[in-house]
Design a protein around this ligand. Structure first.
Ligand SMILES: *[C@@H]1O[C@H](CO)[C@@H](O)[C@H](O)[C@H]1NC(C)=O
Ligand SMILES: *[C@@H]1O[C@H](CO)[C@@H](O)[C@H](O)[C@H]1NC(C)=O
Ligand SMILES: *[C@@H]1O[C@H](CO)[C@@H](O)[C@H](O)[C@H]1NC(C)=O
Ligand SMILES: *[C@@H]1O[C@H](CO)[C@@H](O)[C@H](O)[C@H]1NC(C)=O
Ligand SMILES: *[C@@H]1O[C@H](CO)[C@@H](O)[C@H](O)[C@H]1NC(C)=O
Length: 324
Protein backbone atom coordinates (compact mmCIF):
# COMPACT_ATOMS: atom_id res chain seq x y z
CA UNK A 1 0.00 0.00 0.00
CA UNK A 2 2.75 2.40 1.01
CA UNK A 3 4.63 1.42 -2.14
CA UNK A 4 1.57 1.96 -4.33
CA UNK A 5 0.91 5.33 -2.76
CA UNK A 6 4.47 6.56 -3.20
CA UNK A 7 4.56 5.29 -6.80
CA UNK A 8 1.41 7.24 -7.50
CA UNK A 9 2.89 10.38 -5.95
CA UNK A 10 6.07 9.91 -7.95
CA UNK A 11 4.07 9.56 -11.16
CA UNK A 12 1.99 12.62 -10.30
CA UNK A 13 5.16 14.59 -9.48
CA UNK A 14 6.77 13.46 -12.76
CA UNK A 15 3.69 14.57 -14.68
CA UNK A 16 3.81 17.99 -13.01
CA UNK A 17 7.46 18.51 -13.93
CA UNK A 18 6.34 19.04 -17.55
CA UNK A 19 3.76 21.71 -16.70
CA UNK A 20 2.46 24.20 -17.78
CA UNK A 21 1.24 22.46 -20.88
CA UNK A 22 -1.58 22.91 -23.41
CA UNK A 23 -3.58 19.69 -23.23
CA UNK A 24 -5.95 20.41 -26.09
CA UNK A 25 -6.65 23.34 -28.43
CA UNK A 26 -9.81 23.95 -30.47
CA UNK A 27 -9.81 25.77 -33.85
CA UNK A 28 -9.83 29.60 -33.90
CA UNK A 29 -12.37 30.95 -33.06
CA UNK A 30 -13.65 28.79 -30.17
CA UNK A 31 -14.61 30.38 -26.85
CA UNK A 32 -14.20 27.67 -24.21
CA UNK A 33 -16.26 28.99 -21.30
CA UNK A 34 -16.13 26.54 -18.45
CA UNK A 35 -14.60 23.24 -17.36
CA UNK A 36 -15.34 20.44 -14.89
CA UNK A 37 -13.49 17.20 -14.20
CA UNK A 38 -15.14 13.78 -14.06
CA UNK A 39 -14.16 11.27 -11.37
CA UNK A 40 -12.43 9.15 -14.06
CA UNK A 41 -10.25 12.11 -15.09
CA UNK A 42 -11.95 13.18 -18.31
CA UNK A 43 -12.70 16.90 -18.63
CA UNK A 44 -16.00 18.38 -19.77
CA UNK A 45 -15.88 21.80 -21.40
CA UNK A 46 -18.65 24.18 -22.50
CA UNK A 47 -18.53 26.50 -25.50
CA UNK A 48 -19.97 29.98 -26.19
CA UNK A 49 -20.77 30.71 -29.85
CA UNK A 50 -21.74 27.09 -30.51
CA UNK A 51 -24.20 25.31 -28.19
CA UNK A 52 -21.75 22.51 -27.37
CA UNK A 53 -20.30 20.39 -24.60
CA UNK A 54 -17.12 18.42 -25.35
CA UNK A 55 -15.26 15.72 -23.42
CA UNK A 56 -11.45 15.68 -23.34
CA UNK A 57 -9.34 12.74 -22.19
CA UNK A 58 -6.14 14.34 -20.81
CA UNK A 59 -4.38 11.01 -20.23
CA UNK A 60 -3.94 9.86 -23.83
CA UNK A 61 -1.16 11.57 -25.77
CA UNK A 62 -2.09 13.62 -27.66
CA UNK A 63 -5.30 14.29 -25.72
CA UNK A 64 -8.50 13.64 -27.67
CA UNK A 65 -11.76 15.55 -27.64
CA UNK A 66 -15.22 14.57 -28.76
CA UNK A 67 -18.62 16.23 -28.88
CA UNK A 68 -20.92 15.13 -26.05
CA UNK A 69 -23.96 17.14 -27.14
CA UNK A 70 -25.07 20.07 -29.26
CA UNK A 71 -28.22 21.86 -28.06
CA UNK A 72 -30.78 23.06 -30.58
CA UNK A 73 -32.34 26.57 -30.37
CA UNK A 74 -29.43 28.13 -28.50
CA UNK A 75 -25.93 29.36 -29.26
CA UNK A 76 -24.09 29.04 -25.96
CA UNK A 77 -23.39 26.73 -23.03
CA UNK A 78 -21.96 28.37 -19.92
CA UNK A 79 -21.93 27.00 -16.35
CA UNK A 80 -21.41 23.30 -15.65
CA UNK A 81 -21.59 21.33 -12.39
CA UNK A 82 -21.74 17.67 -11.34
CA UNK A 83 -25.10 17.03 -9.66
CA UNK A 84 -24.58 13.39 -8.66
CA UNK A 85 -21.68 11.14 -9.74
CA UNK A 86 -21.26 11.26 -13.54
CA UNK A 87 -24.38 13.40 -14.05
CA UNK A 88 -23.82 17.07 -14.86
CA UNK A 89 -26.00 20.14 -15.26
CA UNK A 90 -25.28 22.91 -17.77
CA UNK A 91 -26.69 26.39 -18.44
CA UNK A 92 -27.81 26.80 -22.07
CA UNK A 93 -29.06 29.95 -23.80
CA UNK A 94 -28.48 32.71 -26.29
CA UNK A 95 -25.64 35.13 -25.79
CA UNK A 96 -23.95 37.59 -28.10
CA UNK A 97 -20.70 39.25 -27.20
CA UNK A 98 -22.03 42.43 -28.79
CA UNK A 99 -25.70 42.45 -27.74
CA UNK A 100 -25.50 40.39 -24.52
CA UNK A 101 -27.99 37.67 -23.60
CA UNK A 102 -31.46 37.16 -25.06
CA UNK A 103 -33.74 37.81 -22.08
CA UNK A 104 -35.52 34.66 -20.93
CA UNK A 105 -33.58 32.34 -23.23
CA UNK A 106 -31.73 30.35 -20.56
CA UNK A 107 -32.52 26.88 -19.34
CA UNK A 108 -30.74 24.24 -17.27
CA UNK A 109 -30.15 20.79 -18.74
CA UNK A 110 -28.97 17.48 -17.36
CA UNK A 111 -26.27 15.39 -19.06
CA UNK A 112 -26.16 11.82 -17.73
CA UNK A 113 -22.83 10.13 -18.53
CA UNK A 114 -23.24 7.10 -16.27
CA UNK A 115 -23.72 4.67 -19.17
CA UNK A 116 -20.69 4.64 -21.48
CA UNK A 117 -21.68 5.24 -25.12
CA UNK A 118 -25.23 6.14 -24.08
CA UNK A 119 -25.39 9.75 -22.95
CA UNK A 120 -28.83 11.00 -21.89
CA UNK A 121 -29.63 14.69 -22.17
CA UNK A 122 -32.83 16.16 -20.71
CA UNK A 123 -34.14 19.54 -19.69
CA UNK A 124 -34.36 20.35 -15.97
CA UNK A 125 -36.06 23.74 -16.23
CA UNK A 126 -36.36 27.02 -18.09
CA UNK A 127 -35.36 30.06 -16.06
CA UNK A 128 -38.13 32.64 -16.53
CA UNK A 129 -37.00 36.23 -17.22
CA UNK A 130 -33.36 35.12 -17.06
CA UNK A 131 -30.58 37.50 -18.04
CA UNK A 132 -27.27 35.67 -18.46
CA UNK A 133 -27.09 32.45 -16.45
CA UNK A 134 -23.33 32.10 -16.09
CA UNK A 135 -21.70 30.05 -13.29
CA UNK A 136 -23.73 27.22 -11.72
CA UNK A 137 -22.92 24.97 -8.74
CA UNK A 138 -24.42 22.05 -6.84
CA UNK A 139 -25.78 22.70 -3.34
CA UNK A 140 -27.20 19.19 -2.90
CA UNK A 141 -28.54 16.41 -5.16
CA UNK A 142 -31.84 18.29 -5.57
CA UNK A 143 -30.66 21.89 -5.61
CA UNK A 144 -28.46 24.01 -7.84
CA UNK A 145 -27.30 27.59 -7.33
CA UNK A 146 -27.21 29.77 -10.46
CA UNK A 147 -25.45 33.09 -11.00
CA UNK A 148 -27.40 35.46 -13.24
CA UNK A 149 -24.65 37.88 -14.26
CA UNK A 150 -26.62 40.63 -15.98
CA UNK A 151 -29.49 40.83 -13.46
CA UNK A 152 -26.85 40.41 -10.77
CA UNK A 153 -28.32 37.86 -8.40
CA UNK A 154 -27.99 34.28 -7.19
CA UNK A 155 -30.87 31.88 -7.77
CA UNK A 156 -31.69 28.59 -6.13
CA UNK A 157 -33.13 26.00 -8.55
CA UNK A 158 -35.12 23.04 -7.21
CA UNK A 159 -34.33 20.24 -9.69
CA UNK A 160 -37.51 18.26 -8.94
CA UNK A 161 -40.04 21.09 -9.21
CA UNK A 162 -38.08 23.20 -11.72
CA UNK A 163 -38.87 26.29 -9.63
CA UNK A 164 -36.21 28.94 -9.11
CA UNK A 165 -36.00 31.69 -6.51
CA UNK A 166 -33.60 34.55 -5.70
CA UNK A 167 -31.49 33.81 -2.59
CA UNK A 168 -28.88 36.58 -2.74
CA UNK A 169 -28.93 40.01 -4.36
CA UNK A 170 -26.76 42.84 -3.09
CA UNK A 171 -23.75 45.00 -3.98
CA UNK A 172 -21.52 41.88 -4.14
CA UNK A 173 -23.69 40.24 -6.82
CA UNK A 174 -24.85 43.22 -8.94
CA UNK A 175 -23.00 44.63 -11.95
CA UNK A 176 -20.78 47.57 -10.98
CA UNK A 177 -22.48 50.89 -11.80
CA UNK A 178 -20.75 52.49 -14.77
CA UNK A 179 -18.67 49.42 -15.73
CA UNK A 180 -18.32 49.05 -19.51
CA UNK A 181 -19.76 45.53 -19.41
CA UNK A 182 -22.79 45.14 -17.13
CA UNK A 183 -21.93 41.76 -15.66
CA UNK A 184 -21.69 41.15 -11.90
CA UNK A 185 -21.69 37.78 -10.13
CA UNK A 186 -19.92 35.32 -12.42
CA UNK A 187 -18.25 32.15 -11.05
CA UNK A 188 -19.90 30.22 -8.19
CA UNK A 189 -18.63 27.19 -6.32
CA UNK A 190 -20.13 25.48 -3.30
CA UNK A 191 -17.58 23.84 -0.99
CA UNK A 192 -17.78 22.58 2.61
CA UNK A 193 -20.90 24.59 3.44
CA UNK A 194 -19.63 27.81 1.88
CA UNK A 195 -20.57 29.44 -1.39
CA UNK A 196 -17.55 31.04 -3.08
CA UNK A 197 -18.30 33.54 -5.85
CA UNK A 198 -16.68 36.16 -8.01
CA UNK A 199 -17.89 39.57 -9.18
CA UNK A 200 -15.90 40.20 -12.33
CA UNK A 201 -15.74 44.02 -12.41
CA UNK A 202 -15.54 44.40 -8.62
CA UNK A 203 -12.26 42.42 -9.01
CA UNK A 204 -13.46 40.44 -6.00
CA UNK A 205 -13.88 36.94 -4.65
CA UNK A 206 -16.39 36.50 -1.81
CA UNK A 207 -17.67 33.65 0.30
CA UNK A 208 -20.72 33.19 2.47
CA UNK A 209 -22.03 30.25 4.50
CA UNK A 210 -25.28 28.97 3.02
CA UNK A 211 -28.05 26.77 4.36
CA UNK A 212 -27.36 23.29 2.87
CA UNK A 213 -31.01 22.82 1.88
CA UNK A 214 -32.31 26.25 0.94
CA UNK A 215 -29.15 28.02 -0.24
CA UNK A 216 -30.03 31.03 1.90
CA UNK A 217 -26.98 32.90 3.28
CA UNK A 218 -26.46 32.20 7.00
CA UNK A 219 -23.31 34.23 7.72
CA UNK A 220 -21.98 37.64 6.88
CA UNK A 221 -20.33 37.86 3.45
CA UNK A 222 -16.53 37.60 3.65
CA UNK A 223 -14.26 39.26 1.09
CA UNK A 224 -11.52 36.77 0.22
CA UNK A 225 -9.79 39.25 -2.09
CA UNK A 226 -10.74 42.53 -3.74
CA UNK A 227 -7.51 42.59 -5.69
CA UNK A 228 -7.96 40.10 -8.53
CA UNK A 229 -8.40 41.61 -11.99
CA UNK A 230 -11.59 40.30 -13.67
CA UNK A 231 -12.11 37.00 -11.76
CA UNK A 232 -14.15 34.36 -13.60
CA UNK A 233 -15.13 30.70 -12.90
CA UNK A 234 -13.17 29.51 -9.87
CA UNK A 235 -12.31 26.26 -8.09
CA UNK A 236 -11.55 25.62 -4.43
CA UNK A 237 -9.08 23.10 -2.99
CA UNK A 238 -9.98 21.02 0.08
CA UNK A 239 -7.92 23.35 2.31
CA UNK A 240 -9.83 26.42 1.06
CA UNK A 241 -7.17 27.65 -1.38
CA UNK A 242 -8.94 29.49 -4.20
CA UNK A 243 -7.85 29.14 -7.84
CA UNK A 244 -9.34 31.81 -10.07
CA UNK A 245 -8.76 32.84 -13.67
CA UNK A 246 -8.52 36.57 -14.25
CA UNK A 247 -10.10 36.52 -17.68
CA UNK A 248 -9.14 39.93 -19.10
CA UNK A 249 -5.74 39.85 -17.36
CA UNK A 250 -4.67 36.61 -19.10
CA UNK A 251 -3.55 35.34 -15.70
CA UNK A 252 -4.56 32.56 -13.29
CA UNK A 253 -4.38 33.50 -9.60
CA UNK A 254 -4.11 31.54 -6.36
CA UNK A 255 -5.50 32.96 -3.12
CA UNK A 256 -4.27 31.25 0.04
CA UNK A 257 -6.08 31.12 3.38
CA UNK A 258 -4.27 34.21 4.65
CA UNK A 259 -5.52 36.18 1.63
CA UNK A 260 -2.15 36.22 -0.13
CA UNK A 261 -2.67 36.45 -3.91
CA UNK A 262 -0.08 35.05 -6.32
CA UNK A 263 -0.10 34.71 -10.10
CA UNK A 264 0.11 30.99 -10.86
CA UNK A 265 0.41 31.42 -14.63
CA UNK A 266 0.34 34.04 -17.36
CA UNK A 267 0.46 37.83 -17.39
CA UNK A 268 -1.36 40.60 -19.24
CA UNK A 269 0.82 40.24 -22.37
CA UNK A 270 1.08 36.46 -22.42
CA UNK A 271 -0.83 33.90 -24.50
CA UNK A 272 -0.15 31.02 -22.05
CA UNK A 273 -3.71 31.38 -20.70
CA UNK A 274 -5.12 33.86 -23.23
CA UNK A 275 -8.36 35.02 -21.57
CA UNK A 276 -8.77 32.27 -18.96
CA UNK A 277 -12.41 31.55 -18.22
CA UNK A 278 -12.61 28.52 -15.94
CA UNK A 279 -10.47 26.41 -13.61
CA UNK A 280 -10.82 22.94 -12.14
CA UNK A 281 -8.50 20.73 -10.09
CA UNK A 282 -7.74 17.19 -11.23
CA UNK A 283 -9.63 14.50 -9.30
CA UNK A 284 -7.59 11.33 -9.88
CA UNK A 285 -4.29 10.17 -8.36
CA UNK A 286 -2.75 10.75 -11.77
CA UNK A 287 -3.49 14.46 -11.83
CA UNK A 288 -3.66 15.42 -8.18
CA UNK A 289 -2.31 18.97 -7.78
CA UNK A 290 -2.96 19.76 -11.47
CA UNK A 291 -5.19 22.75 -12.27
CA UNK A 292 -6.90 22.65 -15.67
CA UNK A 293 -7.77 26.04 -17.13
CA UNK A 294 -10.07 26.83 -20.07
CA UNK A 295 -9.54 29.87 -22.33
CA UNK A 296 -11.37 31.84 -25.03
CA UNK A 297 -8.15 32.37 -27.01
CA UNK A 298 -8.64 36.09 -26.28
CA UNK A 299 -11.18 36.43 -29.10
CA UNK A 300 -13.09 39.24 -27.36
CA UNK A 301 -9.98 41.03 -26.01
CA UNK A 302 -6.86 40.18 -28.06
CA UNK A 303 -3.55 39.95 -26.17
CA UNK A 304 -1.51 43.11 -26.94
CA UNK A 305 -4.52 44.23 -29.00
CA UNK A 306 -3.75 41.78 -31.82
CA UNK A 307 -3.19 38.16 -30.76
CA UNK A 308 -6.02 35.61 -30.82
CA UNK A 309 -6.03 31.82 -31.06
CA UNK A 310 -8.40 28.89 -30.60
CA UNK A 311 -9.63 28.36 -27.06
CA UNK A 312 -7.76 25.64 -25.22
CA UNK A 313 -7.30 23.67 -22.02
CA UNK A 314 -3.99 24.25 -20.20
CA UNK A 315 -2.68 22.10 -17.32
CA UNK A 316 -0.86 24.02 -14.57
CA UNK A 317 1.08 22.81 -11.54
CA UNK A 318 -0.98 23.91 -8.53
CA UNK A 319 0.76 21.58 -6.05
CA UNK A 320 3.07 24.07 -4.31
CA UNK A 321 2.29 23.96 -0.60
CA UNK A 322 -0.11 21.09 -1.25
CA UNK A 323 -0.95 18.78 1.66
CA UNK A 324 -0.84 15.36 0.00
C1 LIG B 1 -31.53 31.42 -29.89
O1 LIG B 1 -30.66 31.30 -31.00
C2 LIG B 1 -31.02 30.23 -31.84
C3 LIG B 1 -29.89 30.01 -32.83
O2 LIG B 1 -29.37 31.22 -33.31
C4 LIG B 1 -32.36 30.55 -32.48
O3 LIG B 1 -32.76 29.48 -33.31
C5 LIG B 1 -33.39 30.72 -31.35
O4 LIG B 1 -34.64 31.13 -31.89
C6 LIG B 1 -32.94 31.74 -30.33
N1 LIG B 1 -33.85 31.70 -29.19
C7 LIG B 1 -34.28 32.79 -28.56
C8 LIG B 1 -35.17 32.57 -27.38
O5 LIG B 1 -33.97 33.90 -28.92
C1 LIG C 1 -14.89 8.74 -18.38
O1 LIG C 1 -16.26 8.43 -18.53
C2 LIG C 1 -16.84 8.92 -19.75
C3 LIG C 1 -18.34 8.62 -19.72
O2 LIG C 1 -18.57 7.27 -19.54
C4 LIG C 1 -16.13 8.29 -20.92
O3 LIG C 1 -16.67 8.79 -22.13
C5 LIG C 1 -14.64 8.64 -20.86
O4 LIG C 1 -13.95 8.00 -21.89
C6 LIG C 1 -14.06 8.21 -19.53
N1 LIG C 1 -12.70 8.70 -19.42
C7 LIG C 1 -11.65 7.97 -19.05
C8 LIG C 1 -10.32 8.65 -18.93
O5 LIG C 1 -11.76 6.77 -18.80
C1 LIG D 1 -18.15 2.10 -26.46
O1 LIG D 1 -17.79 2.39 -27.81
C2 LIG D 1 -16.44 2.07 -28.11
C3 LIG D 1 -16.14 2.59 -29.52
O2 LIG D 1 -17.19 2.29 -30.40
C4 LIG D 1 -16.25 0.57 -27.95
O3 LIG D 1 -14.90 0.23 -28.21
C5 LIG D 1 -16.59 0.17 -26.52
O4 LIG D 1 -16.52 -1.23 -26.36
C6 LIG D 1 -18.00 0.64 -26.14
N1 LIG D 1 -18.20 0.40 -24.71
C7 LIG D 1 -19.32 -0.17 -24.24
C8 LIG D 1 -19.37 -0.37 -22.75
O5 LIG D 1 -20.25 -0.48 -24.94
C1 LIG E 1 2.85 41.00 -26.24
O1 LIG E 1 3.85 41.97 -26.18
C2 LIG E 1 4.92 41.66 -25.31
C3 LIG E 1 5.81 42.89 -25.18
O2 LIG E 1 6.11 43.42 -26.43
C4 LIG E 1 5.64 40.43 -25.86
O3 LIG E 1 6.70 40.05 -24.99
C5 LIG E 1 4.64 39.28 -25.95
O4 LIG E 1 5.24 38.15 -26.53
C6 LIG E 1 3.42 39.68 -26.75
N1 LIG E 1 2.43 38.63 -26.61
C7 LIG E 1 1.84 38.01 -27.64
C8 LIG E 1 0.86 36.94 -27.32
O5 LIG E 1 2.10 38.30 -28.79
C1 LIG F 1 2.39 44.64 -21.29
O1 LIG F 1 2.66 45.45 -22.41
C2 LIG F 1 2.44 46.82 -22.16
C3 LIG F 1 2.55 47.58 -23.49
O2 LIG F 1 3.52 47.02 -24.31
C4 LIG F 1 3.46 47.29 -21.14
O3 LIG F 1 3.24 48.64 -20.84
C5 LIG F 1 3.26 46.48 -19.86
O4 LIG F 1 4.26 46.80 -18.92
C6 LIG F 1 3.31 44.99 -20.14
N1 LIG F 1 2.88 44.28 -18.97
C7 LIG F 1 3.42 43.12 -18.57
C8 LIG F 1 2.85 42.50 -17.33
O5 LIG F 1 4.34 42.59 -19.18
Amino acid sequence: MRFLLSSALLLAATAQASLPKTIYQFPNPTWVENIRSMSNGSLLVTIIGRPEVHIIDPFVKPATSSLVHSFSSANAVLGITEIIPNTFAVAVGNYSNVDGPTIGSFSIWKIDLTAPNNTHVSKIASIPRSGLINGITTLNANTLLLADSTIGHLLKLDIRSGKSKVVLEDETTKPVAGAAIQIGINGVRSKNGWLYYTNIFLNSVFRVKVDPFTGTPISRIETISSNIPTPDDLDIADDGTVFVPGSLSNTVFRVQGDGEVTALAGNLNSSLVASATGAVLGRTWRDRGVLYVSTTGAISAPVNGTFTEGGKVVALDASEGWTW
